[in-house]
Design a protein around this ligand. Structure first.
Ligand SMILES: Cc1cc2nc3c(=O)[nH]c(=O)nc-3n(C[C@H](O)[C@H](O)[C@H](O)COP(=O)(O)OP(=O)(O)OC[C@H]3O[C@@H](n4cnc5c(N)ncnc54)[C@H](O)[C@@H]3O)c2cc1C
Length: 364
């Protein structure tokens, strides 16, 4: 099939690479001038083990399976990563109960190696940490996400696929047997394809509304949840990922590390109604409070505004967390079209597994 993938983020690239490896003729259309310029360049770069998500959900299935596939891909393609492990820490009895329920959840999801350790054992691993107990997750890690996307792009091209940059998809309609796709930008015009994947991240809903015949009631709401990060201006004190217990809409202000060992904190959850990428320095105040609960020694004045990302959520504050949505013909009635909505965390971790499901659905 001639397959169009809309969006050169990590998920679109993984889908394009998987489709090309299966012998399809693949083009990726991307509005911006490069790969990973959307949500994919504004995240924590954490390879999630798959602990938090309801058993049987797409997020649970694709994160656990995708994580195993991702480590294998990194090893095979020389993509920098570090399976550094993670501690989810409890600082009081209520949080300890939450941590225990997370272990049960992770075990039900098939996550390997989860263990409840005491406060002393946690401090033996991370001397600066305060907690009364912690969940140790040895399978969690970090990855050079840009290196990963470059490797996906390389494989796509090796299999004959290509990316058209500065080429927004404006609209499309199905007239059997083809999709007729209207492009803007430098390659403006109409091109036909056998199959289309809408992997446009924050733009997925807007694009779905411009697909002729796509039922309006089947386009889910887009809820924007900004996550702000603060860098740590000092010598790193932790060598693994340190997470508090999760909060409404996110995983809590955690310690993430980059591959050079530098520490940063975030993301928090800021519900917004339009895209904006400024980090308000005043949010540092609430960061100190939250970090101090598990790192009492965090020095005053050590946090500097860094970057932020926007989660393309399908549920809002106080609502039950929505799952990933993979909408195929059964959902919208249009042949050989798959739309992805709500691909927030753990989308990076899940990308290779999601890609297999999407390409299977195109061929079905
Ligand atoms: C704060 C934050 C932290 C996160 N942390 C993690 C983490 O640690 N681990 C993890 O696994 N996941 C994490 N995630 C989730 C992960 O980053 C996303 O799931 C993933 O990057 C989504 O990739 P994507 O390809 O779907 O979207 P994107 O990367 O946004 O790609 C979509 C692309 O489509 C393009 N586009 C849009 N409309 C059109 C159009 N009409 N025509 C052509 N192109 C178009 C855009 O320009 C963009 O490049 C995090 C997300 C956030 C926001």
């Amino acid at each position: 099939m001639q397959v169009l993938v809309v969006g050169a983020g990590v998920v679109g690239l993984a889908i394009a690479r998987t489709a090309a490896r299966r012998g399809h003729d693949v083009v990726v259309a991307e509005t911006t001038g490069g790969i990973g310029n959307g949500v994919s360049s504004r995240n924590s770069e954490v390879v999630h083990a798959g602990i938090y998500y309801p058993t049987g959900s797409l997020r649970a299935h694709h994160s656990t399976r995708g994580r195993r596939m991702l480590y294998e891909f990194c090893a095979a393609h020389g993509v920098a990563h570090n399976k550094c492990g993670k501690l989810i820490v409890a600082t009081d009895a209520d949080e300890l109960a939450k941590v225990e329920s997370l272990i049960a959840q992770g075990n039900a999801n098939g996550v390997e190696g989860l263990e409840l350790i005491g406060g002393n054992a946690a401090r033996a691993l991370e001397a600066e940490l305060f907690c009364i107990g912690a969940l140790s997750s040895p399978e969690s890690g970090i990855i050079d996400s840009h290196g990963y996307m470059l490797a996906l792009w390389g494989e796509l091209e090796d299999c004959g696929g290509a990316i058209a940059f500065e080429t927004p998809v404006e609209s499309m309609s199905f007239a059997a047997p083809h999709w007729h796709v209207q492009f803007g930008g430098r390659d403006a015009g109409v091109v036909t394809f056998d199959a289309v994947v809408n992997s446009a991240g924050l733009g997925a809903q807007a694009l779905a509304r411009r697909i002729d015949g796509y039922p309006g009631g089947k386009v889910p709401p887009l809820v924007l949840a900004k996550g702000n990060y603060f860098g740590f201006a000092g010598k790193p004190v932790f060598s693994r990922l340190i997470y508090p217990t999760p909060v409404d809409g996110g995983l809590g202000v955690h310690v993430t590390l980059d591959l050079a060992g530098r520490m940063r904190f975030g993301p928090d959850v800021e519900w917004i109604d339009h895209e904006s990428y400024t980090v308000d320095p005043h949010r540092a105040d609430s960061f100190y409070d939250r970090i101090r609960s598990y790192w009492p020694g965090v020095p005053a004045g050590s946090l500097v505004p860094d970057y932020c990302g926007i989660r393309p959520k399908l549920s809002g504050p106080g609502e039950k967390q929505a799952d990933f949505m993979i909408a195929g013909e059964a959902a919208h009635g249009l042949p050989r079209l798959v739309c992805l909505f709500g691909i927030e965390s753990p989308g990076l971790t899940s990308s290779l597994s999601l890609a297999e499901e999407v390409v299977d659905r195109l061929a079905a």
